[in-house]
Design a protein around this ligand. Structure first.
Ligand SMILES: Cc1ncc(C[n+]2csc(CCOP(=O)(O)OP(=O)(O)O)c2C)c(N)n1
Ligand SMILES: [Mg+2]
Length: 325
């Protein structure tokens, strides 16, 4: 797919929207205006957006506990997401899901997921549906390095490989699972190497570089759409905040985090590249920054002004209602 000016601006807008959304959440929680256990995606923007840039609403994402970035990349509205986080009836899931259960099937977002690794079988199921119904859709599972040690990872890759499903497995290797360094629990340096066990390609991308993720995800998605089966794409990345907002970060050094921010930041790298190539001028990017900042402020105002769900709504929109039991 050609990266036109319009597509580049769209990618930048999605990355900036994720960054601004996450920074606003950190501020709101710290100020005591928002409660809950929030896992922020800031730092990893290039992964979700580099993949999403190839996809449309017929394609699916299955996400993780660190899911806001995947939702925004897939086009879920930030007003609804913010209201969801505030537990309001105007939220994406009417205020009953919260941070770890944001789903929007109209955008192909199967949901964030509080169970580590559980997005993988959901994405495999969606890929099987796409194959059987010949929708032409591709299904993407995002998950962490920690999740790649879960059973669902191995079962999901195996099934998708033998059935040649139109799936893409994106492992976001951010160097930690909670406070545990990846090398402490994972014997291979590159998780992509595990693809060999399932006879599928294993590819490594720089998860801080939109263009690298875009290119490698594009090849994998083209393979999947052509009926040639799944790919495991490992994106090496870093989360700027802790495991959750409030994490004391005692297990990693400030210098390490600073190094990633200063030398590898996805948004700055994107700007350097697009300016260097003469693709986008900084004025256009600053205009996006300003638009996104007011969009996020608007989302907070909208959320705080929205009502909580009525108690009667408690039994609505659940799979098995009280009356049916
Ligand atoms: C099945 C399961 N086990 C444990 C947990 C607790 N837990 C939540 S996040 C997490 C670490 C996940 O690490 P990783 O997959 O690398 O994702 P990251 O947080 O780094 O994005 C753990 C152990 C859980 N939610 N689900
Ligand atoms: Mg991790």
């Amino acid at each position: 797919m050609e990266l036109t000016r319009e597509r580049l601006l769209d990618a930048y807008r999605r990355m900036r929207r994720i960054r601004a959304f996450e920074e606003k959440l950190a501020e709101l929680v710290t100020a005591g205006r928002l409660a809950g256990f929030l896992h922020l995606y800031a730092g990893e923007e290039a992964v979700a957006v580099g993949v999403a840039a190839h996809l449309g609403d017929r394609d699916h994402f299955a996400s993780t506990h660190r899911g806001h970035g995947h939702c925004i990349a897939k086009g879920v509205e930030v007003r609804g997401m913010m209201a969801e986080l505030f537990g309001r009836s105007t939220g994406t899931c009417k205020g009953k899901g919260g941070s770890m259960h944001i789903a929007d099937l109209s955008k192909g977002m199967l949901g964030a997921n509080g169970i580590v690794g559980a997005g993988i079988p959901l994405a495999v199921g969606a890929a099987l549906t796409a194959k059987v119904k010949r929708t032409g859709g591709v299904s993407v599972a995002f998950f962490g390095d920690g999740a790649s040690n879960q059973g669902q990872f191995h079962e999901g890759l195996n099934l998708a490989a033998v059935w040649k499903l139109p799936a893409l497995f994106v492992v976001e290797n951010n160097g930690y699972g909670e406070a545990t360094p990846t090398e402490f629990v994972t014997p291979v340096r590159d998780i992509a190497a595990r693809a060999g066990s399932y006879g599928i390609p294993g590819v490594i991308a720089d998860g801080m570089d939109f263009f690298d993720v875009f290119e490698k995800a594009g090849e994998a998605i083209a393979r999947a759409r052509a009926g040639d089966g799944p790919t495991l794409l490992e994106c090496k990345t870093y989360r700027y905040f802790g495991h959750y907002v409030g994490d004391n970060l005692a297990y990693r050094s400030k210098e390490e985090a600073e190094r990633w921010r200063q030398q590898r930041d996805a948004l700055e790298g994107f700007e350097r590249r697009t300016a260097g190539e003469g693709w986008l001028e900084s004025g256009a990017l600053r205009a996006v920054d300003a638009e996104v900042a007011s969009e996020i402020e608007d989302a907070v105002r909208f959320a705080e002004a929205s009502p909580f769900p009525e108690p009667a709504a408690l039994l609505q929109d659940v799979y098995v209602s009280y009356e049916e039991t």
